[in-house]
Ligand binder design. Structure first.
Ligand code: ZN
Length: 221
């Protein structure tokens, strides 16, 4: 049966923040971990909500330095497996993985080296996927913003005099000066009008829409 892993928490500013609903069990395991040999590792804190409703209050608990300094540094390259003692009556797995300041828990304890290797691979995949998604989200948003900016700039482009357009069109061979495309072409101000660029032929070039968006991306307008 394949192992399933889920992100149960992360480290922010020396604090372990748990995000899983079965946080009680995980918190119990983390607080019961023995200090690592040497005890030179990071000293994290964890804040726990004790009680519910109006009587509920947050307490900060200092965790034992259960991972050594070297192990912590290595945990940015390879997931580090932590094995705690299972809490009585709990079926929660007591193995955790720490990778790039994120904690992962499998749905059950891995049995043997093969499953431990599987756990490591699944943790890596989860983190890489999350990072990849974040970076594609970032470029998606910046492309949309560039497109909106481009549309906002649009009407100003029409103020390029016809003789300048004709000159630029002939000079640039009726194609995008960056990639040679002949589709979706626009007259582009090399120095944007908003930044003081003028409508002279020297400041105008032909760009296709994708190249134009890439350009806006780079100069950050
Ligand atoms: Zn182009």
């Amino acid at each position: 049966m394949p192992l399933r892993v889920r992100n149960v928490g992360h480290i922010v500013d020396s604090e372990v923040v748990l995000t899983d609903e079965r946080l009680g069990d995980i918190a119990a395991i983390l607080t019961n971990l023995e200090p690592a040999p040497g005890s030179d590792g990071p000293e994290w804190e964890m804040s726990l909500l004790i009680g519910e409703g109006v009587s509920g209050r947050r307490v900060r608990i200092s965790l034992a330095p259960f991972i050594s300094k070297t192990e912590y540094e290595k945990s940015f390259d390879e997931p580090f497996l932590l094995v705690g003692s299972p809490t009585s009556g709990s079926r929660q797995a007591s193995t955790f993985a720490l990778f790039r300041d994120r904690f992962f828990a499998p749905d059950r304890d891995p049995k043997g080296d093969k499953e431990r290797e599987e756990l490591v691979l699944r943790v890596k995949r989860a983190v890489y996927k999350e990072d990849e998604e974040l970076s594609s989200l970032r470029s998606y948003v910046s492309n949309i913003e560039a497109a909106l900016e481009f549309r906002k700039d649009g009407p100003q482009r029409t103020t390029i005099p016809d003789d300048v357009k004709l000159l630029v069109w002939t000079r640039d061979g009726g194609a995008c000066v960056r990639c040679g495309s002949k589709e979706k072409l626009h007259f582009d101000h090399i120095i944007p009008v908003a930044k003081g660029g003028s409508n002279v032929a020297e400041n105008v070039q032909i760009l296709c829409e994708p190249c134009n968006l890439r350009k806006s991306d780079k100069i950050g307008i």
